[in-house]
Write a protein that binds this ligand. Structure first.
Ligand code: PMP
Length: 356
């Protein structure tokens, strides 16, 4: 650290992303990416001609992508915001709707980036502990008198909230923004979309990284009433008007339009999730009920940390969180059929080794 860094930033502890080995050696089940390539339509769209236009800036209105998203959901373009990954959408949302005098309430266990944004933007976080079974204590989020940030389904627990529960939270906090991060909702979660008409305080955040197979393109979006979207545009325009590059913009449009491919990939993931969960249960694992593209699992006989380490030695990467309430668990992204077969094979080997 230099002597020049502002004192307020010296205490930052940046978010630590899951390991991203840039060689192909591992079966990578640690960052909830899709195991499937982008839609073939995305590949077709990113041709030489498009690359040859990289000397020109992208469209600072992001309108072509907003239009594709709005059409898909039957919303107005003015109800859509797009960002450089949903991480950027979340960052702009923290900046727009919370500060030193306006705290944000969030679950104690959730996406690890929320507290990092809070610290960066000097927002006081109010952490609400989850129930012992990792479910969200809905009543404790009602009428909290602050901005609310919730992932649904939650991460890394994989557990979804019902639309009815989300509505309780949104309707009891009408004076504040309720941000519902639906990064994983396409894998059986219940979306808050039907509530948009009635609640101008609802902000839904989504990503192309999981169900649209585009983690590397860095695309996320928000859906909300026009006023909240205007607020986010005000922040974006004061920070980074060209936040979506030309190639990602095209990729996002094609991915949004190809609903058949989206549905096929999604179905595969849900199928693999069900099969993997059944196998793990037979092996004595404890699992939460997943509505996401990952499983949150507690292995028998060994701690989460040991299981993670042994899997890594055998070439399988999963995500381990070294914190008191998560230590016994690991998070396993759902990969392809072959990747999950390998994962189960290595898991059985590990259990045999531990038993002998
Ligand atoms: N929200 C949640 C709950 C996540 O788990 C992630 C992925 N790590 C993100 C948002 C960010 O995803 P991205 O920036 O790739 O859109």
């Amino acid at each position: 650290m230099s002597d020049f860094l502002r004192p307020a930033l010296q205490a930052l502890e940046p978010y630590i992303p899951g390991e991203q080995p840039q060689t192909k050696g591992y079966i990578k089940l640690n960052t909830n990416e899709s195991p499937f390539p982008p839609s073939p339509k995305v590949l077709d769209a990113l041709d030489r001609e498009q690359v040859s236009q990289l000397n020109l800036y992208s469209d600072p209105t992001n309108m072509p992508l907003k239009r594709a998203i709005a059409e898909y959901y039957g919303l107005k373009r003015e109800q859509v915001f797009v960002g450089n990954g949903s991480d950027e959408v979340l960052a702009f949302s923290f900046l727009a709707f919370a500060d030193e005098e306006h705290p944000a309430t969030m679950p104690e266990i959730s996406y690890g980036f929320y507290p990092v944004f809070a610290k960066l933007f000097q927002v006081k976080p109010h952490f609400i502990p989850l129930n012992d079974d990792f479910t969200v204590p809905v009543e404790k989020f009602c009428g909290v008198g602050t901005t609310v940030v919730l992932a649904n389904p939650n991460a890394p627990t994989a557990i979804g909230l019902s639309l009815e529960d989300v509505e309780k939270i949104v309707s009891s906090n009408r004076e504040h923004v309720v941000l519902i991060d639906e990064a994983y909702v396409d894998f059986d979660g219940e979306t808050a979309l039907p509530l948009l008409k009635e609640y101008p305080n609802l902000l839904i955040v989504r990503t192309f990284s999981k169900s649209r197979n585009l983690a590397g393109a860095r695309l996320g979006y928000a859906l909300a009433g026009e006023a909240l979207i205007n607020d986010l545009e005000r922040v974006r325009g004061s920070f980074h008007p060209y936040n979506i590059n030309r190639l990602s913009m095209l990729a996002g449009i094609e991915a949004m339009k190809d609903s058949d491919y989206f549905a096929r990939c999604r179905r595969q993931i849900v199928l693999q999730r069900t099969e993997t969960a059944e196998e793990l249960e037979k092996l004595g694992f404890q699992l939460t009920r997943s509505s996401a593209n990952f499983l949150f699992v507690k292995p028998p006989l060994l701690s989460g940390g040991e299981y993670y380490q042994r899997l890594k030695e055998k070439g399988v990467l999963v995500r381990y969180f070294d914190s008191p309430k998560l230590r016994e668990y690991v998070r396993v992204s759902i990969g392809s059929k072959e990747q999950m077969r390998q994962f189960l094979l290595k898991t059985r080997e590990i259990l045999l080794e531990v038993r002998s």
